[in-house]
Design a protein around this ligand. Structure first.
Ligand SMILES: Nc1nc2c(ncn2[C@@H]2O[C@H](COP(=O)(O)OP(=O)(O)O)[C@@H](O)[C@H]2O)c(=O)[nH]1
Ligand SMILES: [Mg+2]
Length: 336
């Protein structure tokens, strides 16, 4: 997961470290020179000597220094498909954490790494699993709508979440509202049979909103806790698809709309999320295929750009491969 990004960031941190070392050497030389100068100039006034030394050691960090440090990080992030607005936000944060600080950043590499850590953390939004579960338990039936383009991982993610919620003791009903893509109903049917979950389905070409309506009715009649609505995608954000999804949303009145995106598609998935949010409205994101995503750009960009949290990361094809997104753990992993 994110191995390429991790390597790039590691490289840029070590290049920053090299700069720190050469700057420390330069400062040491200057200090020796100044010490000599102070000594020769005035040995009878020790307080003046202290004052002058302090001025050198605790000079303020300048914007130019931050820009230099940031240019390495920026290169690493850009190569990993991090969105431009996110690059700017990280740069601004880094400046606000470091500029004018009363220490030389070059005297303290730990401080630089911490500032980078904080700046990236600021663009990430998480959604703790406990909070998500208690929200689900606050209403019955709690209705979740899954949306996203074709192949993003909606159906697989729905099955993973159904398994997770069943393990929490919640009774689930699934709605096969992808009546568009060949074999989609069978795909969901196989999962739901394995998980022993009721699936409401109609034939291909049926109105997806009507299927969702039936599923909600069934959930109410059987006392189910959660309704999970699968939907169709298209190859990209498509007008017909958006109209169809708007209708499903209007009829099913979901308590939460989750955008499922393929982490591998980098900047594209960020643009899709923005479009789906603008047209249909989303509350959270699940990024699938994080297990095979070496770049991590989508993970770093999507919550900042949409202002919606990342709920889970899909990390494989098994039901258990759905992990709650934890920004600190992710950052610790990437920054080492
Ligand atoms: N490696 C990996 N593959 C995934 C993950 N989530 C989904 N997939 C695969 O992605 C493909 C498309 O998934 P599907 O659920 O059918 O996407 P949908 O068209 O959005 O419903 C399938 O082959 C899934 O097995 C994941 O987290 N990791
Ligand atoms: Mg599907």
């Amino acid at each position: 997961m994110f191995d390429f990004l991790k390597k790039k960031i590691k490289d840029s941190i070590s290049s920053i470290q090299k700069k720190i070392i050469s700057e420390e050497k330069r400062q040491a030389e200057t200090n020796t020179g100044i010490e000599k100068e102070i000594h020769e100039e005035n040995t009878s006034e020790p307080h003046r000597e202290e004052e002058r030394k302090h001025r050198i050691i605790s000079r303020k960090v300048t914007e130019k220094e931050i820009d230099e440090v940031y240019s390495d990080i920026k290169e690493a992030l850009t190569e990993n498909n991090v969105a431009v607005s996110v690059l700017d936000a990280i740069h601004d944060d880094l400046k606000s954490y470091l500029i004018g600080k009363e220490v030389s950043i070059f005297n303290n590499k730990k401080e630089v790494v911490e500032a980078i850590h904080k700046s990236i953390a600021d663009v990430l939004k998480e959604y703790p699993e406990e909070e998500f579960l208690s929200k689900i338990r606050s209403k019955k039936p709690f209705i979740i709508l899954f949306i996203g383009v074709n192949g993003a991982g909606k159906t697989t993610t729905l099955a993973k979440l159904a398994d997770k919620l069943s393990n929490e003791g919640l009774k689930i009903v699934a709605s096969a509202s992808d009546t568009f893509r060949a074999a989609s109903i069978e795909q969901l049917d196989i999962h739901m049979k394995k998980l022993k979950i009721d699936l409401i389905k109609r034939s291909y070409g049926a109105d997806p909103a009507a299927v969702a309506f039936d599923a909600i009715k069934h959930a109410k009649a059987t006392g189910a806790d959660v309704v999970l609505i699968d939907t169709a995608g298209r190859s990209d954000v498509n007008k017909n698809l958006l109209e169809e999804l708007k209708k499903v949303k209007k009829v099913s009145k979901p308590d939460m709309t989750i955008f499922v995106g393929d982490a591998l598609t980098g900047n594209d998935v960020v643009k899709q999320a923005q479009a789906f949010d603008r047209e249909v409205g989303i509350d959270a994101t699940i990024l699938s295929k994080a297990d095979v995503d070496k770049k991590g750009g989508a993970v770093l960009s999507i919550s900042y750009v949409t202002k919606k949290p990342i709920l889970f990361l899909g990390t494989g094809q098994e039901y258990g491969d759905l992990i709650n997104f934890d920004k600190e753990k992710t950052l610790e992993y990437i920054l080492g």
